[in-house]
Design a protein around this ligand. Structure first.
Ligand code: SF4
Ligand code: SF4
Length: 419
């Protein structure tokens, strides 16, 4: 199907959508294609971005037309393995750019996290083919902004909401296991078919393989010089939420093999001794590349992302010890329960994980990245800074480019401290 026909069949606003894609080209050129000495294996990911609303959307439409479920999510708490086990496809919807602000602010308060405003904007302005191709979305009661916004959002798109507990004790784990089972039953009712233990095990292995490949990529950044830029790794993480998991994992494994050769040859993406930085905080959904680009174009290299678009997504695998359906579901629920999102209280795991990352990646500093009006992360930034063994720069920003020069000045001053 040609692209226009595809987007039209999904009910997109074709004119506004064309303008959105047109703006993406020059931005991608500036942030990505202008980088020097990129690995050859990035060509696959560049091609995915060049056709970002095309080939994969067409694949998802085929899955939908074959009578299988297509499900969208906004949070790494949703156990996507259940969707794959139900014979469906799961897509992590992007919310990394400001769109249709005036229309969004007719519905939502102005002072709200830009990520929440972005997914509303995409829907209200009919700009996201991924959202339109989904049968329904799965939300979660993580932060207040999201859980209240979903109450309104369901007027525009069917949304199933999972209850995420905010403490990490035995009672909360029981509640979460029950929630994961409830979601499995919901998927079974949706498809009219029972999910077998075998299908669940295969889906767990599929997503474990993808997470393992991302871990392999992240571990290669321990070397000095690192074989790949932080911007490229951020992009790969962002695309992992969209792409077909088998193909994505295969392409990423090929890239990792190339990066291992680079490491053996002592080749890197920047000179050895370049200041190494870890980014920590809120997720950076595609195409939110602002801070990563500012940091790396100011003479540093990002070697890790303590983020849901980063190691918060890849750190934990599902540890299967029992092959019954109940045993697999429990292992799945336990894996998700180990996520160290700032919505938990208390949340000592997150500063501890960050410390490990700083040590393992030999980072000289941390940039704490919080989206404006995100209470969980802006408040937790205090603890992150207090517990850190290296200097921390705290940034609060949104998706606009208005503060770009101001941020650049602060980042450059911070990097001077690290040199
Ligand atoms: S930061 Fe928390 S709420 Fe946001 S995507 Fe990650 S786990 Fe979900
Ligand atoms: S960035 Fe913060 S406020 Fe925004 S959706 Fe995530 S947890 Fe909620």
């Amino acid at each position: 199907m040609d692209r226009e026909a595809l987007w039209s069949s999904l009910g997109l606003d074709l004119e506004a959508h064309a303008a959105l894609l047109e703006a993406l080209g020059p931005l991608y050129q500036e942030v990505y294609l202008s980088q020097e000495n990129r690995p050859r294996g990035m060509a696959y990911f560049d091609a995915v971005v060049a056709d970002i609303h095309g080939a994969r959307v067409a694949e998802l439409l085929q899955i939908r037309e074959a009578g299988r479920p297509v499900v969208g999510t906004f949070c790494v708490f949703v156990p996507e393995e259940i969707v794959w086990a139900a014979g469906g496809a799961c897509v992590g919807l992007c919310a990394g750019v400001e769109v249709a602000t005036e229309r969004v602010e007719e519905v939502l308060p102005r002072n709200l996290c830009p990520l929440i405003k972005a997914f509303f904007g995409f829907k209200l302005a009919r700009l996201c083919p991924y959202m339109e191709v989904c049968h329904f979305l799965v939300g979660e009661t993580t932060c207040d902004g999201k859980k209240k916004a979903y109450e309104i959002f369901e007027a525009y798109k069917p949304i199933y909401v999972m209850q995420v507990p905010h403490r990490k004790d035995e009672e909360s784990l029981k509640l979460w296991i029950a929630e994961v089972e409830r979601f499995l039953r919901y998927m079974e009712e949706f498809t009219g078919e029972s999910i077998s233990a075998e299908a669940l095990r295969e889906a767990i292995e599929l997503i474990n393989r993808r997470r393992r490949a991302l871990k392999r990529l992240n571990e290669l950044r321990r070397f000095d010089p690192p074989p790949i830029s932080g911007r490229d790794v951020l992009l790969i993480h962002q695309l992992s939420f969209f792409d077909d998991p088998e193909r994505f994992t295969r392409k990423l494994e090929e890239l990792c093999a190339e990066l291992e050769e680079r490491v053996s040859a002592g080749e890197g993406v920047c000179p050895a001794g370049t200041p190494r930085v870890v980014i920590s905080g809120c997720p950076m959904a595609i195409p939110n590349w602002k801070v990563a680009h500012l940091v790396e174009s100011s003479g540093a290299v990002i070697v890790g992302e303590e983020s849901c678009v980063g190691t918060r997504y890849t750190r934990e695998l599902v540890r299967v010890s029992e092959n019954s359906k109940e045993g697999l579901l429990r292992a799945l629920a336990e894996r998700y329960f180990r996520i160290d999102c700032a919505i938990f209280t208390p949340n000592p795991e997150r500063p501890a994980h960050l410390k490990e990352m700083v040590r393992d990646l030999s980072a000289a500093g941390v940039i704490h990245y919080a989206l404006k009006f995100c209470d969980p992360y802006t408040i937790e930034a205090y603890r992150i800074e207090k517990d850190s063994a290296v200097p921390v720069l705290k940034i609060e920003t949104d998706y606009s480019l208005e503060d770009r020069e101001q941020l650049r000045t602060r980042i450059e001053a911070f990097l001077e401290v690290l040199r």
